[in-house]
Design a protein around this ligand. Structure first.
Ligand SMILES: Cc1cc2nc3c(=O)[nH]c(=O)nc-3n(C[C@H](O)[C@H](O)[C@H](O)COP(=O)(O)OP(=O)(O)OC[C@H]3O[C@@H](n4cnc5c(N)ncnc54)[C@H](O)[C@@H]3O)c2cc1C
Ligand code: FES
Length: 530
């Protein structure tokens, strides 16, 4: 999925004067026909591939922290020493290059590449206490990232991932964006090529887990004998909330969670048809944008006065509305649908909107039934501790279902973000192997609307003031959601470096500061360099 990167900058294979690169700085160049990022950390020179292995983000425009670099697009983190993908959403390493010192020059020479699941993740685990059997329920973001991480930590035992969706695992965020718009080919969608998991001895079992017995340490799938586990990860994700109004069960009414859902919308739509999207959520609005790209006439119906205002505030909510309106979307805000008929949707004020297709995006509900029946502690999600362990030892939960103690807000939170789910899966896997690592990463998500991507770091359910720096209308803005002097969350458009620096500040200070994170006016070691 990586995009082709043009070669630019100096020929690092021919060498450069070492003095031209300051401590903490990076340089984009190339060696032997490939883009290379050269970094200086003290007197060490390190070089890795310059293109992020997630969606091809330019690592040279990222931020260096210690001996790592973070991608400007969706905040993946790579080791500058080894190219290892230390944090999702990147799952594959980038190449690492040998750098030789020759007199006053540094020269990039040999390239080393390795298998994505090579057992090289830098972690200390308790080899004496490793489980023999790890069972993971859910082959989504959290479940598959966990399975992969187990192998990357040199776990050699059995890994079974059970999922009731025959198409998984796939790139779920793409289902409402490029894939639905018709701009992403099929081969972008699977997380891994055919045969990848079998090759790495990860057994993917198709079927619905109907129960978990935490005393016998077994999980049951209908029609199969119970499976024993030593460690269990629940990563069952969410289900779309159903509207519950007359007519919402007709064939032209769609929800969007799975690849099959996205394909059925694609199969149903035709150029020039009328679509009604119910809900101005991220998914609803992304669907609206994608259907406009397929030249449908789109009406969006939602009860709020501005789309996304509850999460993004007034400034960004108003911008998102005007952006969609400029692309031809018609909003019916402050309204709810009352009834869906074969070719129309009737609103609560009696208005009738013609509709060949209806897509409902009114939020999701975490799939907690298994955890509830198993007797795990539930608190509007599966209650987990800082190590992502549920109320029964040996049982972990990650992703959309997990509510964890977030050190940045001081609250117990649950979020529905792809990157958080993957990272929690990764941390849970390391803890299953005895790493005892706190999940203290700052939540991150992105949402794409036409050619505008909004990045959001942190978590703010309520705030007492909003600081706007720039103007969303110019596609150049950072919005900080403040509680007292603390930035709980930072949303941005085309301010990638500030978004990364805000994340780093929150990691260091829990967001306390002047609200000027990313401007280089606060900080202690290790300093991000730009
Ligand atoms: C269309 C769409 C677009 C999105 N876009 C973004 C985005 O841009 N940015 C972002 O941050 N987030 C986005 N999200 C949210 C993100 O995809 C989720 O937060 C993430 O997938 C959660 O990961 P998870 O592992 O918890 O669950 P999932 O990825 O949902 O995986 C759970 C899996 O468990 C399976 N399962 C559940 N119960 C059982 C059972 N009893 N037995 C067997 N299998 C079971 C399910 O079938 C599923 O395959 C989007 C979501 C959707 C639907
Ligand atoms: S492109 Fe680098 S994290 Fe997505």
């Amino acid at each position: 999925m990586a995009e082709q990167t043009q070669l630019s900058g100096p020929d690092l294979g021919a060498g450069i004067d070492a003095a031209t690169l300051a401590d903490g700085a990076t340089l984009l160049g190339h060696a032997h026909g490939e883009p290379v990022l050269l970094a200086r950390i003290g007197n060490e020179f390190l070089a890795i591939g310059a293109t992020c292995s997630h969606y091809g983000g330019p690592l040279a425009e990222g931020v260096v922290v210690g001996d790592t670099v973070r991608c400007p697009w969706h905040h993946a983190c790579f080791s500058l020493r080894t190219g290892e993908a230390l944090r999702a959403p990147a799952l594959n390493p980038v190449a690492s290059w040998t750098v030789e010192r020759r007199g006053e020059s540094v020269v990039v020479t040999n390239k080393a590449e390795r298998d994505p699941l090579s057992a090289t993740y830098p972690v200390t685990v308790d080899r004496g206490a490793m489980p023999n059997d790890v069972v993971i329920v859910g082959a989504g973001a959290a479940g598959t990232a966990a399975a992969e991480m187990l192998r990357r930590c040199a776990y050699d035992g059995r890994i079974t991932v059970i999922d009731d969706d025959t198409g998984s695992p796939y790139d779920r965020p793409n289902l409402s964006k490029d894939y639905l718009a018709g701009n992403a080919p099929e081969e972008w969608i699977p997380i891994r090529p055919e045969g990848f998991y079998a090759e790495h001895r990860v057994d993917i079992v198709r079927g619905r887990v109907s129960s978990v017995d935490v005393n016998a340490k077994t999980v049951s799938v209908a029609g199969q004998p119970p499976r024993r586990y030593d460690a269990l990860l629940l990563a069952t994700g969410s289900d779309p909330i159903h509207l519950g109004i007359p007519g919402d069960d007709q064939p032209h009414v769609h929800y969007l969670r799975s690849l099959a859902d996205s394909r059925s919308i694609i199969a149903a739509v035709k150029d020039g048809q009328r679509a009604v999207v119910v809900g101005a959520s991220f998914i609803g609005l992304e669907v609206a944008a994608s259907l406009r790209a397929r030249n449908l006439l789109v009406d969006v119906v939602a009860p709020e006065k501005l789309p996304l205002e509850r999460v993004m505030g007034e400034h960004l909510g108003a911008f998102i509305q005007s952006l969609h309106e400029s692309k031809g979307v018609t909003f019916h805000l402050g309204r709810k649908p009352r009834r869906i008929d074969a070719s129309s949707v009737t609103l609560d004020d009696g208005a009738q909107l013609p509709a060949d297709i209806v897509v409902i995006g009114v939020g999701v509900r975490p799939r907690l039934d298994l955890a509830e029946k198993a007797g795990l502690a539930i608190d509007r999600g599966v209650s987990v501790n800082e190590w992502l362990e549920a109320s029964v030892p040996g049982v972990y939960a990650a992703g959309d279902i997990a509510r964890w103690p977030d050190p940045h807000t001081g609250d117990r939170i649950r979020v529905e973000h792809w990157v958080v789910a993957e990272r929690q899966g990764q941390v849970a896997a390391r803890n299953i192997l005895g790493a005892r690592e706190r999940f203290d990463q700052v939540p991150f998500f992105w949402s794409a609307h036409y050619d505008v991507s909004i990045n959001y770091v942190g978590h703010a359910e309520k705030w007492d003031r909003v600081v706007v720096d720039g103007d969303a209308a110019n596609r150049d803005v950072v919005v900080r959601f403040m509680r007292g002097d603390k930035a709980l969350a930072v949303a941005s458009i085309f301010r990638d470096k500030e978004s990364l620096n805000a994340e780093i500040e929150m990691e260091r200070f829990g967001g306390r500061g002047t609200g000027e994170e990313g401007r280089g006016n606060a900080g202690s070691e290790p300093r991000p360099s730009s």
